[in-house]
Write a protein that binds this ligand. Sequence first.
Ligand code: GRF
Length: 199
Amino acid sequence: MKKANLAVLASGSGSNLAALINAINDGVIENARISVVISNKQDAYALKRAEDAGIPAVFAERSGFNDNETFYRHVLEKLNEFDVDVVLLAGYLRILTNPLLEAYKDRILNIHPSLLPDFGGVGMYGMKVHEEVLKAGVSASGCSVHLVNEHVDGGAIIAQKTVPVLPEDTPEILAARVLKEEHKLYSATVQQFISNIEL
Ligand code: GRF
């Protein structure tokens, strides 16, 4: 059986990338390899994690290109070079546009640290999400894996996991509780997703 070639796009620490690497090594994700990691930040720890795991690590920065279209054409060329089947966003802090969205329609997943559609959309990333959750006074938060389309955090939701919000929570404490679940949810969802698509 053909192995799914995954690309991970990350801008930051890459703890979700690390969880995906572990899930492949432990057999939680079967029949897949991470073929390439691409980051728009040169100092992203995700690139270092990729190198340490022997995965090709590519730095591609938007400012090196005239517009989004040219930038994402370059990213698309990289994905084609590595024969990528599925793109996984893991803390990737740029909005995707064509030609990438079109080329990988229904083949791009993202993980978001809230129960979408709540606390999602433009500007809702990082600690801001957890700050807003606490401000809203809700009793539960969580994480969501969704398909990526032209609407920020707006594609079909594939999986969610709920965590409690506790009275003494700070944004950092809540973020850590959610992140722990993200690592499990993303791996399990990726496994399910790739077992349901034609490769
Ligand atoms: C995670 O909270 C993820 O949901 C969001 O960005 C964060 C990335 O964390 N999209 P990491 O870089 O995987 O550690």
